[in-house]
Design a protein. Sequence first.
Length: 212
Amino acid sequence: MIDICDMGAASLDPQTNALLAQCKGAPLSEDDSDATDYGAAPLMCALGVTAVPYPRTPEGAAEGLVVTDVPGVDGVVIGARDTRTAAIVGNLKPGDTAVHSTGPQQAAQLLLKEEKRQAVLATKGTDGKQLLLLLDGNADKATLAAFGAVFEISKEQGIVMADATGKAGIQIKDGVVSIFGTQVVLGGRTPALPVLAGTPPGAPVPGVFIGS
């Protein structure tokens, strides 16, 4: 027999280390007192994927597909879903796959894009803005973007690192290292002495300093 249950609080079985979730079947009437209570049912879903159900909220609860005729237990959950995370589907096209947290924000996501040939690992910082690691097969580049700064490796640009202003960074391409910025400080973080051009040294090089 198979039933659908709402999943609540989760825990580990102290003897078997199995992940358990409180499961209660759908009520047969408006009064949920007749709903079957499967107690703390073990979750047996996909190998290599462990997901702890998010607790019930006013928007609903995670649902499990529970097998009820298993010796020794009231039920075993063999599959689950959470319709509160349906918004994640809006980012997917045919052939795409997503692995994501199941809390209200789906704050951490792994998106595998078939048509775009992309693998995207994304989460949110404390300011709510995204931190992103992107492997883009169509554009032949890999990008790490966080807090406005970007680190990118691509066939076209080589290796590029830029700060949040876009006005300072480093590019490494074709054996050349290029350092750019409104100021370039060599050998330290604080500008101390200007770099002088020419032999013998003459006028200061604009924006280039020996650091201290």
